[in-house]
Write a protein that binds this ligand. Structure first.
Ligand SMILES: [Fe+2]
Length: 231
């Protein structure tokens, strides 16, 4: 028997993952919300999409050659603000960038019963979601897969598993990690994070605006493995 004072312990987390949470001022959010609801109500059919994998969700501008900020320029002020948030997110976590390009942006209207399949965004560095109409009592939160758990499940080589204690949830054994979004918030993340939600929405009109972005200059710092996007 070891005495209680035989050792002390600390268990620390490494590989931290930044998630940016930005709150729009309430008056700005109300202005953009009205515009976006109006777009949903009046957009031409050529801008609307429904995908087999999400039968209860309607999208606007989620096709190649469509971008909500290009096809609906009345949202330009919102685009400028999201642009600024992405630059601050990249700078705050310790990298240089002065210009980013929102390469893709689209709207999502998720009805009751809808889920969002687990996925990540290719061809992007920072992705995000603006929660336009969102009530946490009825709408599902955005969740992220815990890379630590996901990677060990995805690797198909022989491995040793230890049974999970389902009565003890920690950041090290949980499959998914939530963000508890609020309406009017914009959440940013590294585009390769797998995200979605498998808890169906309990009511209609979970409205979000999704986007992808890439810094205009991507460089290793020496200019050797680098490129600059000219638009
Ligand atoms: Fe996504």
């Amino acid at each position: 028997m070891i005495n209680d004072d035989s050792f002390t312990k600390q268990i620390i987390g490494i590989n931290p993952e930044p998630i940016g949470i930005f709150d729009l001022h309430a008056s700005k959010h109300e202005e953009y919300k009205k515009m976006i609801i109006n777009i949903f109500e009046s957009a031409d059919n050529k801008y609307k999409q429904k995908f087999k994998t999400e039968p209860f969700t309607e999208h606007i501008c989620n096709n190649l050659n469509q971008n909500i900020f290009v096809d609906f320029p009345l949202l330009n002020k919102l685009k400028i603000e999201i642009n600024q948030m992405i630059i601050e997110f990249i700078k705050d976590i310790g990298y240089f960038t002065d210009e980013i390009i929102i390469t893709d942006a689209w709207l999502n209207n998720a009805s009751a019963k809808s889920k969002l399949e687990w996925h990540y965004h290719a061809n992007s560095v920072v992705s995000g979601n603006y929660f336009v109409n969102y009530n946490p009592n009825y709408h599902s939160p955005l969740l992220f897969w815990n890379d630590r758990v996901r990677l060990s499940m995805a690797e198909r080589f022989p491995s040793i598993q230890i049974q999970k204690n389902s009565n003890k949830n920690t950041v090290f054994n949980t499959n998914v990690i939530g963000t508890n979004p609020k309406e009017g918030q914009i959440i940013l993340w590294r585009s390769q994070l797998i995200h979605g939600y498998d808890l169906p929405n309990k009511s209609d009109n979970r409205l979000t605006l999704s986007f992808n972005s890439i810094p205009k200059i991507c460089t290793d710092g020496n200019g050797r493995y680098s490129f600059k996007i000219e638009v």
